[in-house]
Ligand binder design. Sequence first.
Ligand code: 5GP
Length: 194
Amino acid sequence: MELLKEKIRQEGHVLNDKVLKVDSFLNHQIDPELMMAIGEEFARRFADTGVTKVLTIESSGIAAALTAALKLNVKVVFARKKKSALMNEEAYVTQVHSFTKNETNEVTVLKKFLGAGEKILIIDDFLANGEAAMGLARIVEQAGSEVVGIGIVIEKAFQDGGKRLRESGFRVESLARIATFAGGEVQFAEECVK
Ligand code: 5GP
C-alpha cells in the first residue's frame, strides 16, 4: 500500500536492526485519514471471505481493526492483556509473549463477544514472530470459530511470523512488508535487490 509505505519512509524511525518506531501515526499518535485508508484496503483484500467479526489485541491493533470492521460492516473485539475487575465472566484465555515488551501476558476475550461459527478476521499493527496473531488464532479455535484471514499493517518479513502463519495455513495480507533495516534504512520487500 503506497500511502502507508510513503508514511513509513517519511516518519518511521529504525530503532535497531529489528524494531521500527511509528509512533507519529500508528503506535501513539494516530493519523485518522491513513487509518481509514488502511481499513478500506483490508476490507477490499478480505471482501471475499465472509468476515463476521474482526479480532485484534490491545492497544495498537485497535485503530486499524476498527476502520476495517467499519468498512466490512461488522463488529470488532479486542483481546485484553490485563484482567479487569469487571471481567469476572467466562472468558477464553491464552498466553502471548510480547515482542516489544519481552514479557508474557495472559490475553483474554469474554466468551459473550466471540461465539462459535463466526468467520474471524484477525488484524494487528505489526507482525514480528507471530506470537500475537497465533495467540488470537488459538482464542478463535477455543471459541469454535474460523480464522478467515490475518491482516497486518506492517510485516517485518525478515522475522519468522509470516512464515509461521502461512505455513500454518492462514491467509496473511500485509499492507507493507519490510525486508531489512540494514544501515538504519527501511527497505521494503518488493524493492529489495538480491
Ligand atoms: P509478534 O507477536 O508477531 O512477535 O509481534 C507483533 C506485536 O509486537 C505487535 O502487536 C506489535 O505491537 C509489536 N511489535 C513487533 N515488532 C514491532 C516493531 O518493530 N515496532 C513496533 N512499534 N511494534 C512492534
